[in-house]
Ligand binder design. Sequence first.
Ligand code: FMN
Length: 369
Amino acid sequence: MQPFLDPSLSYEDNYANGPFGSFASALELPLPPGGGGCPEGAGEGGMRDEPRERFLGIPVHSTFGIPAGPLLNSRFVAAAFAHGFDLCVYKTVRSAARASHPWPNTLAVECDGDLAPDQTLIAHACEKNRVPRSITNSFGVPSQSPDVWQADMLAALRSAQHGQVLIGSFQGSGEGVAQIADYARAARLVAETGVPVLEANLSCPNEGKKGLLCFDTEKANAIVDAIRKEVADRPLLLKLAYFEDTSALQALVRALGGKVEGFCAINTLSARVVDANGQPALPGAGRDISGICGATIRWAGLLMTQKLAALRADNNMRFAIVSNGGVLTPADDKEYRDAGADAVMSATGAMWNTQLAQQIKKERCHDLK
Ligand SMILES: Cc1cc2nc3c(=O)[nH]c(=O)nc-3n(C[C@H](O)[C@H](O)[C@H](O)COP(=O)(O)O)c2cc1C
């Protein structure tokens, strides 16, 4: 039950001492051979060694993993690969160092059903012996300086076995044309580490600016063009927020669906979070509204997957759909795949259940029989 990223510790302490729980012990053991995929012939033989699935054309043991966020550095990534999460996204980096928002960064939120628009949630510290259904996370997308994270991303890349893929997430800082140029700079720095897949975060909810980049098709298009000019030799994914407005999503997909290899969705949904006395639960300016993740946003992740799948078919496009949002069980994974996801990921669910990849692989194999 101990999460591998400890909410009772600051970002800096997690970065320096994590991961925790069974992820920590994984680092002391030799890595298992292969990613622990389906048994040969879906149950008739031993564990297969050769990857049988493909992600963006790359052979993988499974199309399941952990999205940008909880894997802070190479130790977290190595532990995740060792636990069979075959697609791992290294937490979003920037082209210059940036401090984290102060602790606390992760709180449990009280929300039994689906998160509604404009809902205010009561948040409190995560309890030791209780797995939260949903959480808020508010880090502000901190980053080490490139000389630190480039070396560490390379170490993370080396911990991937055959059949496992490391994805490098990044975002640009600043405003206007400077931000567009910074996306390209960050992309080049990530590509220099050798990661085979890039992911541009266009949906950062913690910047405290006017609107999310993914809702501005013109700017998103300029960012993609700038990135492509800088790095043209490997797949590029775009991390999107939930689009309430289907016509805005249609515009984005029509403009970019043929230029990038895939869309990752969704990032967190925003909500006001207060403590039991109705006061802001997170200290500091601009943190009264923060990102919600876990079971309460699953409805939005599923709806986005369906919308993207429909738009892909309507526009005769081939981009991959990498889905996440509230995946806590094998049944959630199946629901996403049935909705059209090519790959599925879990952040909140995986943090508290490090066996999730193994459980999902077992269930996927069972479905194949
Ligand atoms: C601790 C934590 C940190 C996160 N940091 C990032 C980040 O740096 N970049 C990003 O694109 N998304 C980030 N996210 C969002 C996740 O990638 C994901 O979109 C969101 O948590 C919803 O998935 P879930 O319900 O499985 O948690 C973070 C999530 C968590 C829980």
